[in-house]
Design a protein around this ligand. Sequence first.
Ligand code: ADE
Length: 423
Amino acid sequence: MGKTQIKYEIKDINLAEAGKKQISWANSDMPVLQQISERFTKEKPLKGIRAVACCHVTKETANLAIALKEGGADSILIASNPLSTQDDVAASLVKDYDIPVYAYKGEDTKTYNKHVQIALDHKPQIIIDDGSDVVATLLKERPDQVKDLIGTTEETTTGIVRLQAMQKDGKLNFPAIAVNDSQTKHFFDNRYGTGQSTLDGVIRATNILLAGKNVVVVGYGWCGKGTAMRARGLGANVIVTEVNPVKAIEAVMDGFRVMPMAEAAKLGDVFITVTGNRHVIDLHHFLEMKDGAVVCNSGHFDLELNLDALKAETKDITNIRPFLESYNLKNGKSVLVLGEGRLVNLAAAEGHPASVMDMSFANQALAVEYLVKNRGKLDNVVQTLPAETDMNIAKLKLKSMGVEIDELTPEMVEYLNSWQIGT
Ligand code: ADE
């Protein structure tokens, strides 16, 4: 507890002034969320609702947390990753906005888990999860609290995969909104957001030149597509590895070389994993890599690189500069690991830019409102927001960008609704 009455656990409350400026800077590029926040301020659709947000504590998330508060929610914020918290932002949320935050950059796993428990002590009616850790802990450790829950919203692909597994297991006793599956989320956040911020993380951590390098992108989902596209834009020769044959064809026809990881391992100068799966770069791949290969992950959890196995083959690890460690192997080669194998875009850079988080968090805010408005009426399944919400967010975003588009004419509408007209 500090001067303010609320409880919190952050790095340093004195960072608040810098954090406030960051929050305001992000807000200036989040016009859709701004409009929602203004409406929330008037209508208070979340009045008295206890909410927990487990997200990356960034300047963009701060604006979501503020919007929820404007809507009347009694919410607390914890980090969804030990390395992604922006400490100045956390300080400002506490000091300037009276929002309890439990997060600091570099927190260990024990602290992370403690914060999840603190979040559950808040007896949430709404959980805004990024990776599904709060919901999974609730189900495993506090099943009696499920009755309090109106529902959950999930930000990321990994979290949705977990929610679907819960549903398959018959454990999902509340509605779950897959925010990631809104078109105005994954087409933009996953593709352009991850694409840009991942390369930003690689560059900030290393400052290596990417032009002419072989960059191996592991996984060709939306995040992989964006990452490959942006690496190519910087002049890299991009190799894609995939397990899904359709995505592999997409990568081939997008003009990338596609091959198994066992081959790519020998060729790559930089490796970026974005699969959501475990050990996609395993020990035998590491051992085949060139001396000094750079390896990082931009998928949700830090399990895509098998760093434990790599450590067992390592003589020592030297820290070269922030978020850049050299694993000096027993075989005489070294592997350069960025951000401890955690999301490189948030560990070494600032995550996705505000402009894409605007749409992601507009979806989050509207998903929370939708759950509250439809309390008791939704099925206990993983579901998306109505398509109309997606279209409205897209319309507002276009308007804010000053872009106008056409509308269907009555003649076009008639044609689309008839089956009689053909050749
Ligand atoms: N995930 C990726 N980038 C992010 C950001 N800037 N804020 C919150 N979550 C994110």
